[in-house]
Design a protein around this ligand. Sequence first.
Ligand SMILES: [Mn+2]
Length: 327
Amino acid sequence: MKLVLHHWDADGIASAVIYTQVKAENFNYFTPEIGNYFLDKSDRTHLRSLGHEEAVLLDMSLPEDDLRFLNSLSSFMVIDHHHGKKIEGIRIHNPVIEGRGEYPANTRVLTELYSLPHSALEYVGVYGDTGFKLKEDDPLLHEIKAFFGEGFEEFKRAVKIIDLQYKTGNRDRVYEMVRFLLGNSVFSVLNRREFTEVESLIEEEKLREFKRLREFDGLNFIFTPSRFRIVSDLARKLYAMYPEKLNVVIGLQGNYLNFYLRTGVVDLSPLVKRAKELGYYAGGKKEVIGAVLPEERLEEYRELLEKFFGEKGISLNLNEALEEVLN
Ligand SMILES: [Mn+2]
């Protein structure tokens, strides 16, 4: 059996479809626990049990240790467009790492690698990864509009629906989308209720989970046990309403906690740097820090945050709020 591992977003899905079409073979599909840019224990157990003879990883930059793990299971290669570095002993096709410029999507890397004509699937990846930040005068936007003509608005809607599937937290929905696109056009996604309904399911879930908001002195706090990947959206919404408060949202992500903090009170970038140095799966910028951590590191992470804010004369007071998470 041959395996395609891929990112769960629109570019990852379209990449899996393009790769399958190029190879014209049957594949099994796999995406890590949604939200995890690494393989967790149960991912590894599952992958080990497959006994596949070949695997390719598309549109995802996993830690070196995970790449070595995959390389030990079967013949393995990576096709990607994320920044990173070459790794001795791992086959990686990534023109960005090779210094051949920026690639807006992995679907574009595949299109070039296999000398394919431009396609709707390629643009699903391109628009999925870059659409939100393309300015009106961007040549890439002109290129996409020229390709779709009158159908551009419908195309945008289809990309959104393809991308949204992962937000349910249900990997099967992602695989169903891959399989659907193997036999159907990008636009036909819009005629399938099982895909389009996800949009309203997510909105309803967000409204429901927002009601869990608890307010402490200077702190807004939501702990959501929802399977949906809405933690960053909830944190964004809180921040829009209360930029002067510390807005913390914690959700479950497989065996891990997804911990988001958004605030306009202080520049968080030094905290992001510190968290990364301490080995957390963390990322962020000036007004946001997100981290994925095992529950047993929650206490330690809280101390890191409280120390950081303490140095600025701000008390975070997470103790009381966190009781809910730990119970
Ligand atoms: Mn991508």
